[in-house]
Ligand binder design. Structure first.
Ligand SMILES: Nc1ncnc2c1ncn2[C@@H]1O[C@H](COP(=O)(O)OP(=O)(O)OP(=O)(O)O)[C@@H](O)[C@H]1O
Length: 400
């Protein structure tokens, strides 16, 4: 058996909520590791961290899974031993001998104050033993390339030399539920991922307009939701809305340049109604300020005015390059750039309005018959797919 120390970081500062946050994180971790033979894994909890014992053959895979869990600050593969000076030295020497690095620093943290030696005493006793046993090792406290840390805890000693970065953030599920407008582009999967990072469970809605949008475009959206599912709650919904009837009606609007603005307002109205029916408390989009002509603060204002729910725009201030970096990190990029058009891109007017006015948007809407169509679309044109155990299943019953 090998052991992995899981650090909670920010979660340990959560005061009264600490218990709830940590228990959610444990749930999420256990779900992630469900795919392994459970006889090969053991969970040992303490106040501010978790130790997972895992058979050596699955250790790397377990680490990879843990790297996708929000709320984990960092991870270390640790050696455990009894509170015995010779045994501690033996473990440190073992690590130092295996390492290619030679500029050595020893760091001791004594969590168990009943342990008879102080951290300084321990360091003074251990360092010479290690230096004597390992060739070419030199002490470099300011610029070490081999830092070995020793934790003295109530139930024994933990020793490690590497900290692997976790995703940080908060465990998914502690910040309520959101409904993400997933378009099939680069930005909305990244916006969804960043929302999950702060602990929000994310469901998705996609608007399609067949026959103008192809089945491949829809496949792509399913694939994107699946890719980010790695970071999401174990079970979530993807709603697919056939927006064609409304799109057709929008063609009758007098002012061409307002088409995108009005389409977005309709998306928001539908997303609001759906979210209210299903308990999502916020909407999420991949809009980024100034990225395209229609993503201006005036446009955001005109879109917001149709929404009672808060609209989160996690990538609002990000440059495209920064968004692409994240999309490559979460591995959605290659799918996002597949050349299948979604509802929006097929509908872009020659010169979309960049500074729309609310009164003008309302005037455009008053010129068409959208109310009944929107209700009809809500009632009859939304399919619900539930993601569970790695795949989507359509739920036929409209009641959630
Ligand atoms: N067909 C759609 N279904 C669901 N949401 C959409 C759709 N089209 C646009 N949106 C939402 O509106 C936001 C802005 O749309 P826009 O068309 O400007 O983005 P995009 O660049 O095509 O896609 P993305 O923002 O995902 O890269 C999207 O990030 C997404 O949240």
């Amino acid at each position: 058996m090998k052991s992995i120390l899981v650090r909670y970081g920010e979660l340990t500062l959560k005061g009264n909520n600490k218990h709830m946050f940590i228990s959610k994180l444990l749930d999420n971790i256990k779900y992630k590791l469900k795919k392994f033979d459970q006889s090969k894994i053991k969970f040992i909890k303490d106040n501010n961290s978790l130790v997972i014992d895992a058979e050596e053959e699955i250790l790397e895979d377990v680490l990879e899974e843990l790297k996708t869990v929000f709320g984990i600050y960092s991870l270390s593969v640790i050696e455990k031993c009894e509170k015995d000076l010779d045994k501690i030295a033996e473990k440190i020497i073992e690590i130092a001998k295996k390492s290619e690095y030679k500029r050595f620093k020893l760091e001791i943290t004594r969590k168990d104050k009943s342990f008879p030696m102080t951290s300084a005493d321990l360091k003074l006793a251990l360092a010479p033993m290690v230096l004597k046993a390992v060739d070419n090792l030199i002490v470099d406290v300011h610029n070490p390339d081999l830092k070995i840390e020793v934790l003295v805890k109530k139930d024994g000693i933990q020793i490690f030399s590497k900290r692997i970065q976790g995703l940080k953030g908060l465990p998914v599920g502690v910040s309520g539920k959101g409904l993400s407008l997933l378009s099939g582009g680069i930005d909305s999967p990244v916006a969804s991922f960043l929302t999950m990072k702060r602990g929000m469970h994310v469901d998705f809605i996609h608007f399609m307009t067949p026959p103008h949008t192809s089945p491949e475009a829809l496949d792509k959206v399913f694939e994107l939701a699946k890719i980010v599912s790695k970071y999401n709650s174990k079970k979530f919904n993807l709603y697919v809305c056939d927006f064609s009837m409304l799109l057709q009606e929008l063609q009758h609007m007098p002012e061409e340049s307002y088409k995108i603005t009005i389409m977005r307002r309709m998306f928001m109205r539908i997303a609001n109604k759906l979210a209210k029916q299903n308990g999502q408390e916020a909407l999420i989009t991949g809009e980024s300020l100034g990225q395209v002509a229609s993503q201006t603060i005036q446009s955001i204002d005109v879109i917001n005015s149709t929404s009672e729910l808060p609209i989160l725009r996690p990538v609002l201030t990000y440059d495209k390059e920064e968004i692409i970096l994240i999309s490559k990190f979460i591995k959605s990029y290659e799918t996002s750039i597949l050349p299948f058009d979604d509802a929006c891109s097929l509908f872009v007017p020659k010169q979309p309005v960049t500074k729309p006015k609310k009164w003008m948007a309302e005037q455009q809407e008053n010129a068409i018959l959208w109310n009944e169509l929107l209700d009809y679309t809500m009632e009859n044109k939304i399919q619900k797919f539930v993601f569970w155990n790695g795949s989507f299943t359509e739920e036929i019953n409209k009641e959630d």
